[in-house]
Design a protein around this ligand. Structure first.
Ligand code: SF4
Length: 429
């Protein structure tokens, strides 16, 4: 039987799909790369935003018309659970039950509706999940779940409480991946800085970064996503001391007003966030700080919004993911707060921040002009352009060829925009 896995949302879902694929292949299923060739389609879903949720519901409708067997995994599986059967889904797999995926497919082929939500994280055979969608880069989930309960966020309800993997297992997985040609890894967690805290044995993200840096074949190490009060200066010291650790810290601030931060249950103030960024920049002077911001949270006044604008101007983020607030069913904000900022004001504020960030991007990018930068070549774009990333996570486009993918190169930056930089290859190695 042929299976197609369609992945929505974050990199943790990407990694979960790779794990699901591993189990299905072990059990004799063929994985195909498009839904038309498949007998069974598994949707690995995201419900962090309303738009993502609507998308997966409409895909279920389309697949039903094509008479495919449909499975749902990911956050949508946890949020909707058995309700999905009413929509015509054949099986549902919780975020921690991936090792049972083949069993679910087989039962659905016998026309049984099954939903598995066991916590089988400890059983996942990560060190043998060696197939990755990229030939040189691997996503590696190191901690599941989140204990933070930001009032707008569905993740703690869909992914459960924090649970770290053993450091020895992660290092073994990295070592095995290098034998397959992997040179670059990204450690993932909804709150990656909390890695190791639940193990109570001194394990930490800083230690994991330190140990991974010692693996010769590994050339770059990244980690996502940080949480301000869990970010330890030791992580910054590891970045400063290792040429292999990416100098990009994605540290979502979410808002610039203390009133809204409190309402979001973000557990830090604007002043504490700014202080943390100063500390990081003292330890890693050329650190690239990126962030997430939500616009139009309940009760956000012009004054609150201005506090966000001022913060963005003060920090000068290298990259900013902006989202308009939309209530997610089941969260504290959905239950208790009025979604009282009119849509028009939300979109106006969003547009203002987008423009501001573009100006900042252009200004920061000017520092790159005529500079020689070391990149790892990642992907092919349009019109003969290829893309690579430097140690600060800056994307640089240049004319190249597919043989360069996965290689290191020195590129001289010749043109800047508010988005990618454009350069010429000087050296390949
Ligand atoms: S820290 Fe991130 S994942 Fe956790 S509840 Fe807050 S927004 Fe959601």
């Amino acid at each position: 039987m042929k299976v197609f896995i369609k992945t929505y949302g974050c990199q943790m879902n990407e990694n979960d799909s790779e794990v699901a694929q591993y189990y299905l292949e072990q059990d004799g299923f063929d994985i195909v790369d498009n839904e038309n060739d498949a007998d069974i389609v598994i949707l690995n879903t995201c419900v962090v935003r309303k738009k993502a949720e609507d998308k997966f519901f409409s895909t279920i409708g389309e697949l039903r018309k094509k008479n495919k067997k449909i499975g749902v995994m990911g956050c949508g599986a946890e949020k909707e659970r058995e309700n999905l059967f009413k929509r015509g889904v054949n099986f549902v797999i919780g975020t921690r039950a991936i090792p049972r995926i083949s069993e679910a497919v087989e039962l659905s082929l016998k026309n049984k509706k099954v939903a598995f939500f066991d916590d089988l994280l400890d059983q996942i055979d990560y060190k043998n999940v060696l197939k990755r969608n990229s030939k040189y880069h691997a996503w590696i989930t190191i901690i599941y779940g989140c204990n933070r309960f930001c009032t707008y966020c569905i993740v703690p309800y869909t992914r459960g409480r924090e649970k770290s993997r053993k450091m020895t297992d992660i290092l073994e997985e990295v070592e095995n991946l290098t034998k397959k040609g992997i040179k670059e890894v990204t450690f993932l967690g909804q709150n990656v800085d909390a890695y190791g805290k639940d193990l109570n044995d001194g394990t930490s993200l800083a230690k994991l970064l330190h140990e991974t840096s010692k693996i010769n074949e590994i050339e770059r190490i990244w980690f996502l996503t940080s949480y301000p009060t869990d970010f330890s200066p030791n992580i910054a010291y590891e970045i400063a001391n290792s040429p292999k650790i990416g100098k990009n810290i994605h540290l979502p601030v979410q808002h610039g007003s203390n009133k809204i931060l409190k309402k979001m249950n973000r557990r830090y103030t604007r002043e504490e966030y700014i202080e943390l960024i100063k500390k990081i920049r003292e330890i890693v002077p050329d650190a690239s700080i990126s962030s997430d911001i939500i616009v139009g949270f309940p009760d956000e006044t012009e004054e609150d919004f201005k506090a966000t604008v001022d913060l963005v101007k003060e920090i000068e983020f290298e990259r900013l993911n902006l989202a308009i607030y939309s209530p997610r069913e089941g969260t504290i904000a959905w239950k208790f707060f009025d979604d009282n900022v009119p849509r028009l004001i939300k979109t106006k504020r969003m547009a203002y921040l987008l423009n501001l960030q573009k100006e900042i991007n252009r200004k920061l990018n000017e520092k790159y002009l005529e500079k020689k930068v070391e990149i790892i070549v990642e992907s092919e774009g349009k019109n003969g352009y290829f893309y690579g990333r430097d140690i600060r996570n800056k994307i640089i486009a240049f004319k190249g060829n597919p043989d360069l993918i996965g290689k290191k190169a020195i590129v001289k930056v010749k043109k800047i925009t508010a988005g990618p930089l454009y350069g010429e290859i000087i050296k390949i190695y």
